[in-house]
Design a protein around this ligand. Structure first.
Ligand code: MLC
Ligand code: AMP
Length: 504
């Protein structure tokens, strides 16, 4: 059996001159490909020595550093299943993920060690290790004493490489199980379609705990064996400083909105750039046009999701159309009605997909998995889609109750359930409202209990801030007497969206 380990695919594409730079940046140490190979071997040895075995999960909540990328590669090499967690998650959120995934190892920032250790002990974790945003901690210290040699563990195509949690419209988050082949097939497809070549330099400013920054961006560059300018956070000014030495940039729409307000963004600083891509949320036509006017570059918008990586893309050579997500990559797509019947071209329906990129299922949730697949294997994305006469696909809405704020998904149900736990609250409803910077902002309508007087919006915000990630905290809270309902008693979220919009 040939080894289908994704790391092997990357290593096969590393340059023959391994002293070539793999990562550099203003806040990181420079790493050559040789160092990446050696350090990932040492880390794989360290985790294996601690007792982690192929198939075990490694949950990781750490700041962005090259060492965190090496940790990801080390997990692949050791056959461990990488489970990245948003750095914004609070202890209560982490407790769920660790309890659900039962990882063998948990890696966290030293500042959260005591909190995470308590959670991990309850979940039977073997060891909790630390890694700070500068790439230091007992993970790198322990690895430094290990051998430089590690034979990458052989994996079959459908062995798990990663689990990424994605929230559900009802109930708790679901762990999307991604195999080595899911990730490899999508990486190869993007690398080819977006025409990566040996002289490319990727300017990387995305977080590395989601599909976009971890898989789409990193995989293309690793598969290309070329340099990454690695920024540890997105900052528009810093991006403009590094654009002249880069050729490819990937971002969520908020990155482009913020770049457009940088005076230094000119066509001159983009002179070496060949590709700007956008995704994770809809790119407004005005952002698309303004960027093209200012830089001479037409942003290539693509569409994807945690469960499948990238699904469609605007063409590299043909016309890139604003408001569209282009054409399917190497997966079959169809647009259907609620019963799964294909709708005529030009009509709106739900996008369903099938292909090597589509995940294996939700971790330990066979019923939820079954509910989201058709009997012929197509996965129901929940994205309302229309294929135009021109053949381009357009994402026109979502059948799932979901807000995408600055590229992060927020599920109203999760926040509503949380607000409703406040003893002073009768009920609540959460909706999205257009936001100039984040695309959509979270807004909450809250009804106090009959016996409560004087509940303030700030009480609700403070309650949420303590327990949930900051991007889930509503940008505005309205205290109201009642929620509008239809004759069936269902909360009319459209009416609330209109109210919030009017008020804005
Ligand atoms: C930060 N805040 C947000 C937020 N990010 N609020 C709502 N939505 C967000 N996305 C909060 C902060 O905590 C702060 O709150 C306030 O808003 C202002 O913060 P900021 O300093 O302006 O934010 P910043 O740290 O600069 O972060 C903004 C950002 C970041 C856009 C750089 O959100 C980001 O990196 N987004 C990218 C997300 C991403 O990679 N998505 C890919 C998912 S994969 P306070 O209270 O402290 O003032 C996927 C599949 C696919 O979807 O197709 O790609
Ligand atoms: P996630 O669960 O974080 O992977 O988010 C995936 C969701 O982001 C998709 O189901 C879409 O709703 C949305 N999305 C991603 N890319 C685009 C895009 N280019 N346009 C519109 N929505 C997008």
């Amino acid at each position: 059996m040939t080894n289908k380990n994704l790391y092997t695919l990357f290593e096969d594409h590393f340059p023959s001159d391994k002293s070539a730079i793999a990562f550099e940046g203003p806040d990181v140490q420079t790493f050559s490909f040789e160092q990446i190979v050696i350090r990932s071997a040492q880390m794989a040895n360290f985790m294996t020595d601690l007792g982690a075995k192929p198939g075990d999960r490694v949950a990781v909540q750490v700041g962005k550093s090259v060492e965190a990328v090496i940790l990801y590669l080390a997990c692949l090499r050791a056959g461990l299943v990488y489970l990245p967690l948003n750095t914004a998650y609070k202890a209560a959120e982490i407790e769920y993920f660790v309890g659900d995934a039962s990882p063998a190892l948990v890696i966290c920032d030293p500042s959260s060690l005591s909190e995470i250790s308590k959670i991990s002990t309850k979940a039977g974790v073997l060891e909790v290790l630390t890694l700070n945003a500068e790439g230091r901690g007992n993970l790198t210290e322990g690895a430094a004493n290990c051998s430089f040699d590690f034979t990458t563990v052989s994996r079959a195509s459908d062995d798990l490489a990663a689990i990424l949690y994605t929230s559900g419209t009802t109930g708790r988050s679901k762990g999307a199980m991604l195999t080595h082949d899911n990730l490899a097939s999508n990486a190869l497809s993007l690398h080819k379609t977006w025409r990566f070549d040996e002289d490319d330099v990727l300017l990387h400013a995305l977080p590395i705990f989601h599909v976009h920054g971890l898989f789409v961006a990193l995989h293309c560059a690793l598969l290309n064996g070329s340099k990454i300018i690695f920024l540890t956070k997105f900052d528009a000014l810093t991006v403009t400083e590094y654009l002249p030495s880069s050729t490819v940039f990937m971002g969520v729409p908020t990155f482009y909105v913020r770049l457009l307000s940088e005076l230094g963004l000119t066509s001159e600083i983009c002179r070496n750039m060949r590709l700007f891509t956008a995704g994770s949320a809809p790119l407004l036509e005005e952002t698309f046009s303004a960027f093209s006017e200012k830089t001479g570059h037409v942003i290539l918008e693509r569409y994807g999701m945690t469960e499948a990586g990238m699904i469609t893309t605007n063409p590299y050579d043909g016309e890139r159309k604003a408001g569209t997500v282009g054409f399917p990559l190497d997966n079959d797509v169809r647009i259907t009605d609620d019963d799964g019947k294909i709708v005529p071209d030009g009509e709106i329906g739900i996008l369903e997909i099938k292909g090597p990129n589509v995940f294996k299922g939700y971790w330990q949730m066979p019923d939820k998995t079954a509910a989201e697949f058709r009997s012929d294997g197509f996965f129901i994305t929940g994205d309302m889609t229309r294929k135009g006469d021109d053949g381009y696909y357009r994402i026109v809405g979502r059948s799932k109750d979901l807000i995408i704020s600055g590229g992060y998904n927020v599920y109203p149900k999760e926040i509503e359930s949380f607000i409703d736990e406040m003893p002073t609250v009768e009920e609540s409803a959460v909706v999205g409202r257009p936001h100039v910077d984040f695309g959509e902002a979270v807004v909450a309508f809250v009804v106090p209990t009959a016996s409560t007087s004087g509940l303030q919006a700030s009480d609700v915000t403070a309650f949420i801030k303590e327990k949930l990630a900051n991007f889930k905290v509503p940008k505005q809270v309205y205290i109201v007497d009642t929620l509008p309902r239809n004759t069936m008693g269902k909360v009319q979220k459209n009416a609330l969206r209109e109210l919030a919009l009017k008020d804005a």
